[in-house]
Write a protein that binds this ligand. Structure first.
Ligand code: NAD
Length: 496
């Protein structure tokens, strides 16, 4: 049996009292602990503004684990590895305290100066923290030093470049781990396996056999408490620039020569460079936006976006985006990649639908025009279900020789079925191991903003009122028209 690697590590969590830490990071680190991926030689230093003690942090960590699916009797033992430091990001004194605390704890826990700095606080602090860590000598340890940085990585290309310049003052590119938690999801990682480990798919994976690919990430929730943040972001920046584009890249890149970080990244970057840039004049043929108005969801009336807390009464922030991306290379010329994401839609679901081309001559449609056949679809279910469905045509039982779509399905629910690890759990462990394959390289971030900026600019300059859609639907009509113009339709997620 292979031994599990247990890198001896200190994790410094900036924003330890925040929502992300509580909901995702503590349960994920605990799960690593339970599965034997953390040795006894680890500490977590929580740094945040509040004047907490070690005990208060531990109580909170314990609470978040007990409320998660990972609760077990090892929580107290785990929490003993947590220490708290009241921290003011702009005060140099905080950094020298952090340095002393790290030196002292690493000595006590036998950690050879391996440090992960996890930025789980407001993005305006990322640059300052990185620079100060270096200036105050915190990063001058014996071991490795790595920076994990949460989204958003800038809000457009200039701000992303500025942030990157700041963090690069203190960390080299190979020390920077830009988190895109979609890349830690089980089925997103499975895209590569489906494509590169199955002889039946790769030969078909091109414009000769695929007619279009659809990626949807829909939510039923509205903006909840995060109206203030969402007003500065919108669906395009919040979801498309990072998560949906990353899925497009995994689906469209050429097979890497090896599954090594640099090889995968270089294939992703190559395909990113081939995505057609969209000018503002052509924008509406490629991207549409919408905002939810009041509507009904599961029998309940829900308010429109403009009625939400901390949202402008005349806000034109998009809560829905649908877009068409064309990849102008040999493999994909002519195949649209449609992406769609939104809040307050009718289902919560993330799915990829790969639609194959119809046969050049179909004897079943030839016989009678009524005898339609269903296109072959490969559906990759990302969440809440995980798995794949392949939709084929079979013979309908009976004497008429009709066809009927049949599903080959391998699927389970990620909520109540097999306990797949949290995306964060995987990514934190990857970072401990120094594997940056599932993190975004600066070149990817740079190119993706260059692609997204003209879209947000065109919308910001538009004098047209934003389209609306009723809460509980799958977005505005313009989204359906986007595909209809090309002779396609969105496949209904409920039926797949
Ligand atoms: P939050 O507002 O809940 O927490 C912010 C944390 O930062 C708190 O611990 C607070 O004490 C600390 N902080 C704020 N100002 C400080 C200062 N001047 N000095 C020291 N500490 C300070 O935020 P969050 O929702 O946990 O998000 C944190 C980051 O993670 C953001 O970049 C966010 O975009 C990103 N993110 C969050 C989620 C999520 O689900 N919450 C998901 C993806 C990405």
């Amino acid at each position: 049996m292979n031994e599990i690697a247990q890198p001896k590590t200190s994790i410094i969590l900036f924003g330890a009292t925040g929502d992300l830490a509580k909901r995702k990071l503590y349960p994920s680190i605990y799960s690593l602990f339970l599965s034997g991926k953390l040795s006894k030689n680890f500490v977590v230093i929580g740094a945040a503004r509040r004047e907490w003690s070690d005990e208060e942090l531990r109580e909170n960590v314990k609470k978040s684990i007990v409320e998660s699916k990972y609760s077990s009797d090892k929580v107290d033992e785990f929490c003993q590895h947590f220490y708290y430091l009241p921290f003011d990001v702009t005060n140099t004194e905080s950094y020298s305290q952090l340095k002393d605390k790290l030196n002292q704890l690493e000595l006590a826990y036998g950690i050879p100066g391996n440090r992960i700095y996890y930025m789980a606080m407001a993005p305006q602090f990322f640059g300052t923290i990185a620079i100060q860590l270096k200036r105050e000598g915190v990063t001058q340890s014996e071991g490795w030093n790595r920076l994990v940085i949460e989204k958003p990585f800038g809000h457009d290309l200039p701000s992303a470049q500025k942030l990157n310049n700041e963090i690069r003052e203190a960390f080299s590119e190979d020390q920077i781990y830009r988190i895109d938690h979609y890349l830690g999801k089980e089925m997103v990682q499975n895209i590569e396996v489906i494509r590169f480990a199955n002889a039946i798919f790769e030969p078909l994976w091109n414009n000769r056999h695929i007619s279009n690919i659809q990626i949807t990430s829909s939510e039923v929730l509205g903006v909840e408490e995060r109206g203030g943040y969402y007003e500065t972001s919108g669906a395009l920046r919040d979801m498309v620039q990072n998560h949906l584009l990353q899925m497009v890249l995994l689906l469209s890149m050429d097979p890497p020569i090896r599954l090594a970080t640099n090889e995968v990244r270089s294939e992703k970057i190559k395909v990113l460079r081939a995505i057609r840039a969209i000018s503002s004049e052509e924008m509406e043929n490629y991207f549409v936006r919408g905002q939810y108005r009041a509507g009904e969801l599961s029998g309940l009336q829900v308010p429109g976006y403009r009625e939400e807390k901390n949202v402008e009464k005349k806000s034109s922030t998009e809560t829905f985006v649908a877009g068409k991306l064309m990849i102008d290379n040999h493999r994909w010329a002519g195949v649209p990649f449609y992406v769609r994401t939104g809040k307050r839609m009718s289902v919560k679901s993330t799915k990829i639908v790969v639609q194959f081309k119809d046969l050049p001559l179909n004897v079943y449609t030839q016989k009678s025009r009524d005898r339609k056949i269903h296109p072959n679809l490969l559906v990759i279910h990302i969440q809440p279900d995980e798995g794949i469905t392949l939709i084929l045509n079979g013979k309908k039982v009976g004497l008429l020789g009709e066809t009927v779509p049949v599903d080959l399905e391998f699927k389970h629910s990620s909520i109540d079925g097999v306990n797949t690890p949290e995306a964060y759990e995987r990514l934190i462990y990857d970072c401990m191991l120094g594997d940056a394959t599932n993190f975004a390289h600066w070149d990817e971030v740079n190119l993706s903003w260059a692609l997204i900026d003209p879209i947000s600019q065109a919308w910001a300059e538009s004098t047209q009122e934003i389209d609306t859609y009723a809460a509980g639907t799958m977005g505005p009509e313009a989204s359906d028209l986007l595909l209809e113009k090309d002779g396609f339709k969105w496949w209904s997620l409920k039926d797949l």
